[in-house]
Design a binder for this molecule. Structure first.
Ligand SMILES: [Mg+2]
Length: 398
């Protein structure tokens, strides 16, 4: 089998990758909805892979893997990797999880980072109210993640929140950082307490915190909430769109507290997780399969983390519905250090009319049942999808 073409169409905001072959089998991958601008970077790799055998996934990846980088620049390579596995699975007549080692669970736990309800403000009562609605959501999530501190609007809503310069959010990027005031830290802790009062010990609470916190604040926050038994504190120091890791700083925080510390959504490739894992600098890592280099890369990192006592909870809120399918496939094959992956939301809502093969409902009691169709096990309703293709992408399904 040979690859005949690599195509990319921006559908809604998600760049979608389609790889075609000389045997009529095609494969799909997807880039996060926040990266609608990446189509030219996907197509850059076309000449590297046309003519290769897509079922020798690793051989193809060796040609392009070193040409990626930290978020957002590893996304194109990651989406191509996922599309290759989709083809390899279809060619073998097997679900992708079989090619990743086979499933060790029949249902995969997800956590809620994307099902949201409008908030009236950023006081403790507002967070508690929102948490109550998320707890009652039809998906029955067993873990909910909430943005606080530098990852939220809290620093704008609370005067005197930090000693640093409060800079306006630029798109998905929060450029504020620096030392918190006592008032700012107290506000965070009060909001966390209010959320935990709603969730009790029935639903786990994770908090996305930065990046931008300084080490002493990270230690103070982690210690202040120790008795609340949080799932994790995410990206306090580095994280989202930061092109480095700072493992030693994370180790200082991790070694100072019983609260699990988490990072990793921006990191590209196993080599860039090596220091975090070997130094046990965090208790939980959160690679995103659409940033880290794909699903086999994610599985390898999970196994290596497991040997070092590090847990894994993959990032994924913007991965789209093809990304959701990829997460289920690799999630089924993850080692026992797997906690849950972040449930991707189809946005706009019409995405749910475009993709066939997902369970209905998708999430039951906080889990997704693993399906057995070949490849990723999802496909496009082409007639429905064509309506949303831009003119320049009109030949995407040809
Ligand atoms: Mg995050």
């Amino acid at each position: 089998m040979k690859i005949t073409d690599l195509k990319c169409a921006v559908i809604g905001k998600n760049p979608v990758v389609r790889i075609t072959t000389d045997q009529g089998i095609d494969g799909y991958g997807e880039v996060e909805a926040t990266k609608y601008y990446l189509k030219p970077y996907v197509l850059f790799y076309r000449d590297y892979i046309v003519g290769e055998d897509p079922t020798d996934v690793e051989a193809v990846m060796l040609k392009i893997r070193r040409l990626g980088a930290f978020k957002p620049w590893g996304s194109a390579v990651s989406a191509i990797e996922i599309a290759l596995w989709d083809i390899a699975g279809k060619a073998a007549g097997l679900p992708v999880y079989k090619l990743l080692g086979g499933k060790v669970r029949n249902k995969v736990r997800v956590y809620n980072g994307g099902v949201r309800f409008p908030m009236n403000g950023h006081a403790p009562g507002d967070y508690a109210e929102a948490m109550g609605k998320m707890k009652e959501a039809k998906e029955g999530f067993t873990i909910i993640k909430q943005a606080i501190g530098f990852h939220s609007q809290m620093l704008n809503a609370v005067p005197g929140f930090s000693y640093g310069e409060v800079r306006p959010r630029a798109g998905h990027h929060n450029p504020s950082r620096g030392l918190l005031t006592e008032k700012g830290l107290n506000h965070i802790v009060a909001c966390v307490q209010a959320m935990k009062e709603v969730l009790g010990d029935e639903v786990g609470l994770a908090l996305d915190c930065g990046p931008g916190m300084v080490v002493p604040d990270a230690i103070r926050l982690a210690r202040a909430v120790e008795k609340l038994n949080l799932m994790w504190l995410e990206d306090m120091i580095t994280g989202d769109y930061i092109p480095y890791v700072s493992a030693d700083l994370y180790r200082d925080v991790t070694n100072s507290t019983s609260t699990p510390i988490h990072t990793g959504e921006q990191i590209y490739l196993r080599q860039n997780f090596q220091e975090l894992i070997e130094k046990r600098a965090v208790r939980i890592i959160g690679p995103d399969p659409e940033d880290v280099g794909g699903i086999a890369e994610l599985k390898w990192i999970a196994e290596y983390a497991d040997m070092h006592g590090v847990l894994i909870a993959p990032h994924g809120v913007f991965d789209g519905l093809i990304g959701l399918a990829a997460q289920v496939q690799v999630g089924a094959a993850m080692p026992d250090n797997f906690i849950a992956f972040e449930y991707p939301i189809g946005s706009p809502q019409w995405w749910y009319d475009l993709i066939e093969g997902l369970p209905d409902p998708i999430v039951k009691n906080g889990f997704i049942d693993v399906w057995d169709k070949p490849g990723l096990g999802v496909s496009f309703n082409r007639d429905a999808a064509k309506k949303y293709l831009q003119d320049e992408d009109s030949g995407f399904f040809d």
